[in-house]
Write a protein that binds this ligand. Structure first.
Ligand code: GDP
Length: 478
């Protein structure tokens, strides 16, 4: 949209200032009346003005994984690394996030990494649901002695849906005797996570959250991934962030933890979050030390709120007058909305919610039934050259219908090895050897595990064979 006198172009979801709205109305020969006082609000600064010239900011990392796989232990060990050795007091407090310095030996340009202190995907999803996309990197903890479990799969699905988040796998509890890390690699591959060690692009680190083994490497991997993400933010402008925790504290009143995302937060400034506002009094970090300024990617507790702000709320800085006007406007809107919701409306909402729940349950049941009904022919494909791999993959992956279909678990170049056979066994796959030899030892191992190997040099024969195997999976028609 372009209006005479406007320099910038505005997209369809751009909030117009009153000046722009006036120009627009005048363009259509209308005579607008502006009531600036009543409709005043504060909005976030644009995120990427001259982004390439801005300094790097610390990445924000969330630790997720199956219950008992060691998330809390890992966070505890990392948290103790956030306190400089010998520092007076040296005790960390749970404020919702803490920052760990990156050892200078790691080389990169980043100085610290910020970890959100609440493990598990409930917290991650709750923040996402409020539009608070604060996590840059998810570290998926998988216990080496337990492998991929239901919550591991849920995290993988969450991250796969979210293009803005990078995944790092931390294979934990490697101090335990008798573990088999290859099994974990294979199980992750079956879930679609191709680790770098398997030729894919997801970094993995072997650690023990308990003994601290491998944690330096974990920090280095996080910082390398963050540098690739090129996370930059203005360090000087007005503060902008999100509330990540909020509670009442004796003697301090409402206290919140703010994760600063842009600009710098200083004591004495005026803030708004939802309908709550504050003049920042005391700021402290996760070690309880007073902080004068907090830059992007750091979390600080802030006292001085007049009421308790909500977790996930956007925090904006403004002049005292602007914050007061915005608060009055938001409170008026909230009151109007509350007045509109009378008992009838609550009942209607309840009925709608109930109907929605029933619909969702039906949908879930239908999807689950469909998934149960769909038969899969899983394939591990090895071929002589990458061109053959690509040709086979594109020809085979579209075979099937909603009742039976092909799922390609792994592709690679070279002869059939014992690890291919292990992978086929774990994933219940058929092995395809296209123009590659099957060494005797592999053939024997495949026979011992009952893994079918289909070996051919002719692509259409392979396609035909796979088509036949998929057809055999279909339920008989009487
Ligand atoms: P969470 O549920 O994922 O937060 O898991 P916890 O951190 O509570 O750990 C579950 C159990 O595994 C506890 O008994 C921990 O002591 C143990 N644990 C965690 N990390 C390790 C590790 O690296 N090695 C060993 N041997 N045990 C660990």
């Amino acid at each position: 949209m372009r209006v005479a006198g406007m320099v910038d172009e505005a997209s369809y979801d751009h909030v117009l200032t009153s000046e722009y709205a006036v120009l627009l109305a005048e363009e259509f020969n209308c005579n607008p009346v502006v009531n600036d006082e009543a409709a005043f609000d504060l909005y976030p600064p644009p995120p990427c003005v001259g982004a390439a010239r801005l300094p790097l900011r610390p990445p924000v990392v969330t630790i997720m994984g199956h219950v008992d796989h060691g998330k809390t232990t890992l966070l505890d060990t990392l948290r103790s690394a956030s306190v400089a050795k010998g520092e007076a007091g040296g005790i960390t407090q749970h404020i919702g996030a803490f920052s760990v310095p990156i050892p200078s030996s790691a080389g990169g340009n980043l100085q610290k990494i910020t970890f959100l202190d609440t493990p598990g995907h409930a917290a991650f999803s709750a923040m996402r649901a409020r539009g608070a996309d604060v996590t840059d990197i998810v570290v998926l903890v998988v216990a080496a002695d337990d492998g991929v479990r239901p919550q591991t799969k849920e995290v993988i699905q969450l991250v796969q849906r979210d293009a803005g988040v990078q995944l790092i796998v931390a294979i934990n509890k490697i101090d335990k005797p008798g573990i088999n890390i290859n099994n974990v690699h294979n199980a992750l591959l079956v879930e679609g996570v191709q680790l770098e060690v398997m030729g894919g692009d997801v970094p993995s680190v072997e650690i023990s959250g308990l003994t601290g083994q491998g944690l330096d490497q974990l920090m280095e991997t996080i910082s390398a991934v963050a540098e690739m993400q090129d996370l930059r933010a203005d360090q000087f402008g007005q503060a902008y962030g999100r509330i990540i925790e909020s509670n009442l504290q004796k003697g301090l009143g409402p206290v919140s933890t703010i994760l600063v995302l842009r600009g710098s937060l200083k004591s004495g400034v005026h803030l708004i979050a939802g309908t709550a506002h504050a003049k920042v009094r005391i700021m402290t970090d996760s070690t309880g030390s007073p902080v004068r300024t907090a830059g992007p990617g750091t979390a600080v507790t802030v006292s001085g709120w007049k009421e308790l702000p909500g977790v996930g709320d956007e925090v904006l800085e403004g002049s005292e007058q602007d914050v007061k006007k915005a608060v009055a406007n938001r409170q008026r809107k909230a009151k109007e909305q509350a007045m509109m919701i009378d008992v009838d409306a609550i009942n209607i909402q309840r009925r709608l919610d109930r109907e929605q729940r029933v619909r969702e349950e039906d949908d879930h049941r239908e999807v689950a039934l469909k998934a149960e009904k769909t038969q899969e022919l899983r394939l591990v494909i090895k071929a002589d050259v990458s061109g053959s791999v690509e040709a086979l993959t594109s020809a085979l992956q579209c075979i099937g219908n909603e009742n039976a279909r092909v799922k390609i678990i792994f592709t690679g170049v070279g002869e059939i090895t014992e690890s291919d056979i292990l992978l086929a066994k774990t994933s219940g796959s058929v092995l395809i050897a296209f123009s590659v030899p099957v060494p005797r030892s592999s053939a024997v191992a495949a026979g011992a595990h009952g893994i079918p190997i289909y070996s051919s040099k002719i692509i259409y024969q392979v396609i035909e064979d796979v088509r036949q195997r998929v057809a055999n999976l279909l339920p008989p028609i009487y």
